[in-house]
Design a protein around this ligand. Structure first.
Ligand code: ADP
Ligand code: MG
Length: 675
């Protein structure tokens, strides 16, 4: 079924739906509600609490009309039930008065606020004469301008009514063994729960399915579930400790510890499959370089892959310096380089005269051949697809693999997402680092922040400014990078400023970033594109506009761009004072710099439900929202998947075909977590 077949859905709405990620019927099925309106229970007015949303049944006593303004006047409906009274308020909507009749009963759903001592529902989500009201649980979806809750409910109902889209995916023996609800029933109940029990069963089923497909996909791509395979056994030697003399600083205890863990893996005859987690600025690059040194000194080549050209070239420059006196040759590979240099690197990699390759995903291209690739390292690995990482490793014969990330994922979640990877954690920052002083500031105090920024600039330091939008938007009331950039040029005419955002071409972005990291630009106005990996030690202040619009983990990543030297750094979170969530997040950030603690808090604050429906490709999204409640399902999933693969390694049997197809498809969508 096509969405355009649904009544009331024309080209305009189709485009808006696409903006929400809903392009097909299947997309709608997986566009899970963020919450529900429980209209099975009517709450007496006396029990209403301001801030909550309720379903009430009230009789209308009086209808008051305000003075009509340009777009219609205000309407106030005085209503009550046996326990108390309530005002229903509509602004600029005099026509609403005719929707109600005094003396009649209405069922109304809406958010309750308090005005003085009076309880109010301002623009309630729905109201119906009581005899027409349907008592059921209704989904609440994330909407967008031009797409109403009602539109989405209609589409969901229409799609759910089409049987063919709801074909079963899981093998029948598993459904039976685990007593799992069928897919059709589960999807129906997650959108329109019949009752709380069917909802719980539906959620269990969908979480199971998501994890099962994820697990199966990993297995199909990597050819294993979690068992190790044989690989290179590097000799026991002293190269890693020897390399410390090239670094120019003593390693932290944590860096030494993870290097020992990695070294043990390299020296064993099994292939290394290790994830290195280290907070921003914890010094993962030095660890990577030490590891590459050991491999290269033993006659193996190493590859170091970064997600953007800018990061890759930054690493390349650092490595040229680091390896200058080691007798090892470092090569660079990215898509935007000149032919001659590219041909040289390719030749060097093929004949083994280039020992260490630093680059972007260009390293995976077919033409790239290694004489003897013995170790593969991916930086900021959450930015890569599973296929890309496996692709790089396949250029060697079971090379050791190390994936690095600054995304602090709670351990419980990491166990799933990084199935079977060994975990090393750098939990210590280099000495002398001062924690970034973080302050939440209301919009009114922007000028005070600007004066502090000015002081940093006068001291020869640099500043980042981050905004949630690229350009001004009619539908979103938030600062844009473009507007901010213009304002900064006015406010700080003596300091050259640059602008980067995701709408620019890669080469343009790189040029601006290079100018900033070289110091030619003193101020950088940006969107979240600067989030990843970039290292500009003399940038000591960051101002984040509309901080309430960013997630906690994201704010933490952004903040990690400053505080990268021994100078004191500052992070100002400009927050709309009306946003409670914004305030809470700012408080968390101000109180800790521990990325793991922040990640746990993030999961907790967004809570179950709230996360459902926010698409994060390649991450089992339902499970994410339920990690704490559903941790145990994963054991069952692993056991069942392993049994299935034992029986049918390529998933060729008819009952496994749907699993195969869907499991592989999820990684085509740009999946970016897991191995
Ligand atoms: P990340 O883990 O975020 O990738 P980097 O590897 O970019 O961090 O390191 C951040 C900065 O800290 C770099 O300038 C690096 O040279 C420096 N650094 C790394 N390890 C140490 C250390 N042990 N002592 C002092 N400075 C260090
Ligand atoms: Mg890094």
């Amino acid at each position: 079924m096509e969405l355009s077949d649904i009544r009331g859905i024309g080209t305009k709405k189709l485009a808006l739906l696409a903006g929400l990620g809903i392009e097909t019927a299947e997309d709608m099925l997986e566009y899970y509600p963020v919450s529900y309106e429980d209209r099975t229970r009517i709450t007496p007015v006396a029990e209403l609490q301001p801030g909550g949303s309720y379903y009430v049944s009230v009789v209308v006593r009086r209808i008051l009309r305000g003075r009509p303004g340009r777009r219609g006047g205000m309407v106030k409906i005085l209503a009550e039930d046996a326990t108390g009274s309530l005002e229903i308020v509509f602004f600029r909507a005099s026509y609403m008065a005719s929707s109600f009749k005094t003396g009649e009963l209405y069922n109304i759903y809406g958010k309750v606020t308090k005005s003085g001592s009076t309880l109010q529902m301002v623009h309630p989500g729905s109201f119906e004469p009581q005899e027409q009201a349907v008592r059921r649980i209704l989904p609440v979806y994330r909407t967008a301008k031009g797409i109403t809750q009602k539109d989405l409910r209609n589409i969901a109902e229409a799609v759910l009514a089409e049987q063919e889209e709801l074909a079963e995916v899981l093998p029948p023996d598993i459904l039976e063994k685990r007593r799992i609800a069928g897919r059709a029933a589960a999807l129906r109940n997650v959108h329109f729960p019949a009752d709380r029990r069917s909802y719980a069963a539906a959620k269990y089923r969908l979480v199971y399915e998501e994890l099962f497909l994820f697990q199966s996909g990993l297995h199909l791509l990597t050819g294993r579930s979690s068992g190790r395979i044989r690989g290179i056994a590097y000799p026991h030697d002293d190269y890693i400790r020897e390399f410390a003399s090239f670094l120019g600083f003593p390693l932290t205890g944590a860096q030494k510890r993870v290097l020992e863990e990695i070294e043990r893996d390299m020296e064993s005859d099994m292939q290394m499959q290790r994830l290195l987690q280290g907070d921003v600025g914890s010094g993962k690059t030095a660890v990577a370089a030490s590891v590459l040194y050991k491999a290269a000194k033993n006659g193996c080549q190493g590859a170091f892959m970064a997600p953007t050209e800018l990061l890759a070239s930054q690493h390349y420059k650092d490595f040229l310096e680091l390896f200058r006196d080691t007798g090892l040759r470092v090569g660079f590979l990215a898509s935007g380089m000149d032919r001659k240099q590219r041909a040289e690197t390719l030749a060097g990699l093929a004949d083994g005269t280039v020992h260490i390759a630093v680059g972007t995903h260009a390293l995976i291209q077919k033409e790239v051949e290694f004489a003897d690739l013995g170790i593969v390292i991916t930086d900021e690995q959450h930015r890569f697809g599973v296929k890309q990482r496996v692709g790089l490793a396949s250029k060697g014969r079971n090379p050791d693999t190390l994936v690095m990330t600054a995304t602090p994922i709670p351990r419980s979640l990491a166990a799933v997402l990084y199935n079977g990877l060994d975990l090393s954690v750098i939990d210590e920052l280099p000495v002398g680092r001062k924690p970034v002083i973080t302050k939440a500031v209301s919009l009114k105090s922007r000028e005070r922040v600007m004066r502090q920024v000015e002081q940093r600039l006068q001291a020869g330091e640099q500043a980042y400014f981050v905004a949630p939008l690229i350009a001004d938007s009619e539908s979103v009331d938030a600062m844009s990078a473009e507007k901010m950039f213009a304002a900064l040029q006015k406010r700080f005419p003596d300091y050259p400023a640059g602008l980067v955002h995701g709408g620019m071409k890669q080469a343009e972005k790189d040029a601006v970033m290079h100018a900033f990291s070289g110091g030619a630009l003193r101020i950088l106005a940006a969107t979240v594109v600067i989030e990843v990996g970039i290292n500009v030690p003399s940038a000591t202040v960051m101002v984040i506009e509309n901080a309430e619009r960013f997630g906690l983990a994201q704010l933490h990543q952004l903040r990690g761009r400053v505080g990268r030297s021994e100078k004191q750094s500052y992070c100002f979170l400009l927050t709309d004072e009306k946003s409670q969530l914004g305030k809470e997040r700012a408080e968390v950030l101000a109180s800790t710099t521990d990325g793991f603690a922040i990640a746990e808090k993030d999961l907790e604050m967004r809570g179950p439900g709230d996360l459902m429906g926010t698409r994060q490709h390649g991450v089992p999204q339902l499970f994410l929202s339920n990690i704490l409640a559903y941790g145990k399902i994963y054991d069952a999933v692993k056991e069942d998947a392993e049994e299935m693969f034992r029986l049918d390694p390529e998933l060729q049997l008819p009952e496994h075909r749907a699993v195969r197809e869907r499991a592989l498809r999820q990684f085509d969508e740009g999946g970016n977590i897991g191995l």
